[in-house]
Design a protein around this ligand. Structure first.
Ligand code: IPM
Ligand code: MN
Length: 354
């Protein structure tokens, strides 16, 4: 039986985005052929160049088109020529919010042969997933200036935490912890000793939801202490649930303990809608156009995209490909891989077919 092709939106974006997306699409072609599934790519010209050319960031009709896709594959967004915040807020965050991709799922996995900055870690120690709230918190854009530009200026940036928003992210974390590949532990990471309103809501919701999951162990760690544990004893974490800002910060640290930003993938997930998958590391302006950037984070994001679409055997192929590549690479860091960007893509494609 043939079904209609999956429609995958592609936003190559800025900096090294186009290079790493190119390698992801190369791997997609390979595994789709092997697994005989068909897809259609829908390209979006969004990002810095478009903005500089036309002044447009995300026109409404393109946003509407995004709503109609099966998934979105994104490279990276941001450009030193443009004032910080414009592309980040009006493109990346706008898509996350408008498509209600309320889960930012960021696995922290140590692949075979990958060196990390923490030599005491064994490969098995690093095996967690961060469930970052992706629709509210400090990212909601609530706040403003008062007496801007004067000596008495006031800048307020509010963290919005709704019962609905907190409950759905906490439930997602508990459901994830029950999956066969996980270890049935949920750790709330927050700062309840200082953020006594938002933290209290998160803790109460975790406690309530936990009663429905008697097989899941729950734990709590302050975000500052979590940074220590990431380095000192990462194996204590299985599923971490945390707010938007803390999740942003700890997942950069997570990337470093998995070998570097070059290998850290993530998904902006709306379990009932359209999800968007991206490498979490950004645009890497200093590497742009050199063929030195590591495409594995983007390829890992593609693997997550395939899994979300239910193309499990194709996703498994990508996973085997990534593992085949990492065991041959010298480092996950740009320029130190022992291979070019394209060669790493080739290694994955080859490994995916083995
Ligand atoms: C990330 C990035 C974004 C974020 C920026 C670019 C808005 O740092 O995906 O982690 O803060 O979420
Ligand atoms: Mn970030």
């Amino acid at each position: 039986m043939s079904r209609s092709p999956r429609r995958i939106g592609v936003i190559r974006g800025d900096g090294t985005g186009p290079e790493v997306v190119g390698e992801g699409l190369k791997v997609l072609t390979t595994v789709a052929e092997a697994e005989r599934f068909t897809y259609e790519l829908v390209n979006f010209d969004l990002g810095a160049d478009r903005y500089l050319r036309t002044g447009e960031v995300l026109p409404d009709d393109e946003l509407d088109q995004l709503h109609g896709l099966d998934a979105i594959f994104l490279g990276a967004v941001g450009d030193p020529r443009i004032k910080p915040g414009i592309l980040e807020r009006d493109l990346l965050l706008r898509i996350r919010f408008e498509l209600d991709q309320y889960v930012n799922l960021r696995p922290v996995v140590r692949y075979p042969g990958v060196q990390t900055l923490v030599p005491s870690h064994a490969e098995d120690d690093v095996h967690m997933v961060v469930v970052r709230e992706n629709s509210e918190g400090l990212y909601s854009g609530a706040g403003g200036f008062h007496r801007k530009g004067t000596a008495h200026e006031v800048a307020v940036q509010e963290s919005i935490n709704t019962r609905h928003g907190v409950e759905r992210i906490v439930r997602y974390a508990f459901e994830l912890a029950m999956r066969p590949e996980r270890r049935r532990k949920v750790t709330l990471v927050h700062k309840t000793n200082v953020l006594t309103f938002a933290g209290d809501l998160y803790q109460r919701v975790v406690d309530e939801v936990a009663t429905e999951y008697p097989d899941v162990e729950t734990d709590y760690v302050h975000v500052d202490a979590a940074c220590i544990y990431f380095l000192d004893s990462p194996s204590r974490f299985d599923v971490i649930v945390t707010d938007n800002m803390f999740g942003d910060i700890v997942t950069d640290l997570g990337a470093m303990i998995q070998g570097g930003m070059g290998i850290a993938a993530g998904g902006n997930i709306n379990p009932e809608g359209v999800s968007m998958f991206e490498p979490i590391g950004g645009t890497a302006p200093s590497e742009t156009g050199k063929g030195t950037i590591n495409p594995l984070a983007a390829i890992g994001a593609l693997e997550m995209l395939l899994r979300q679409l239910g193309e499990v055997t194709a996703a498994d192929r990508v996973d085997r490909g990534i593992r085949a590549a990492t065991s041959r690479m010298k480092s996950m860091r740009a320029g130190e891989m022992g291979f070019t960007t394209t060669e790493v893509g080739d290694l994955v494609a080859e490994g995916a077919m083995a």
